[in-house]
Design a binder for this molecule. Sequence first.
Ligand code: GLU
Length: 474
Amino acid sequence: MTNIRTRFAPSPTGYIHVGNIRSALFPWLIAKQNGGKFVLRIEDTDQARLVEGASDLILDTLNWLGLDWNEGPGKGGEYGPYIQTERREIYLKWAQKLIDKGLAYADPYTTEQVEQFREEAKNNKQAFLYRDYRPEDPPIWDGSQPLRFKVPEVKRYTWYDPVMGELSAGPEALDDFILIKSDGLPTYNFAHIVDDAEMQITHVIRGLEYIPSTPKYLSLYEALEITPPILACLPHIMAPDGKKKLGKRDGAKSVQEYRTEGILPETMLNFLASMGWNDGTEQEIFTRDELITKFSLDRVQRSGAQFDEKRLIWMNGQHIRLLSIDDLFNRVANFWPESAKTADDIHKKQILKLVQDRLKTLADLPTMTDYFFAEPIVNWSMIEENNQLSKLDKSEIIRLLSTSKETLEKSDFDAESLQKTLNNLLETTGQKPAILFSLIRLAVSWAPFSPALNETLATIGKKNTIKRLHNIIR
Ligand code: GLU
């Protein structure tokens, strides 16, 4: 297909949770892989639900994720403006088209009257539909009443969704819905159809919750003589228990929270893409470029995708390993422990190299590296809780540490020499690595884990290693 144009159309109604981003990622991928355009449109016509700062947060999140838009706020483009409240005249122009065709009417009823109709329908055991109460002779629309669509034909619609397959819904879904509210702003139902048409959107990709309303949209497309774009719906993201839609309470954090917790943007994209999609192989880790070449809507599964934060963390570790040290170094700038403040970059990079394979999130950095920069806080319970070490009595611990200290004092402190020294120590003390090395490791770091012992000691340096051992022995 040529001239592919996809869009993300968020409403600035609050924080942007991980599920929302899939509706940005998939259209972005489709635009990228086809050399098309990705449009960002802010849908702010529901004034009651607006949250201050939410638009900026959306832009910031997309920027961080690298989901760059070709047209939209801050970028401009030939189909702008891209903020719905700035497009009032455009909606009025299209509304006039419907009025002229006799397919829109001013809603003359008061809330009380509508309540009465509702009651009546209920008593007759019927679903309440506005189209059953269409006024015979509606007033001329002056903008003070809602403008309603007059559904031209009540019929069954069938359409093809590239994810969900053939879908169909009957007349029950069709009603005279509001096009323009009495505040002069269009409803989502009307505005998005006008905008997608004006902006020449070829693919509409959004959540499953829009399926029941699709017959309404199809009916409006017909009335406006617009060829509908491809309509694709994405399955829900389910809570970890797999039973309900992921909500705030199930850990649906905002993307910003994951950012603060040290998740990489490329992990986030990989994670979201692979929730409910795979490329048909066992591959789980995809770079951004691989996602662009391999993604396809028809491989998105139809059933709900389970949200698994443990998998996200695991994936993040895998993506961290793929980074060069310089790249990783730039990304961890805000994650170093306080103690690293005065350390020089070369030393920091050396330490990063040691811990890179073990970092699961960037926020692990302080616990994993603090002891390289500052005296660690002694924590005897770590010995007591260690299966092997807890069996040693105190005098044995002192003996082992003293021998180690004496031998290390005589050793060169490059990693290679240290490996030889440590191996010799195993022989002289007759201990297993699981005991001797764990003990030395704890005595110099008091950290839950550290990189290879020879490299750890080399990086801590001779002076500090000896000092720390000396203090523990004392
Ligand atoms: N503004 C809608 C939302 O935030 C967008 C739905 C759509 O993509 O059409 O849910």
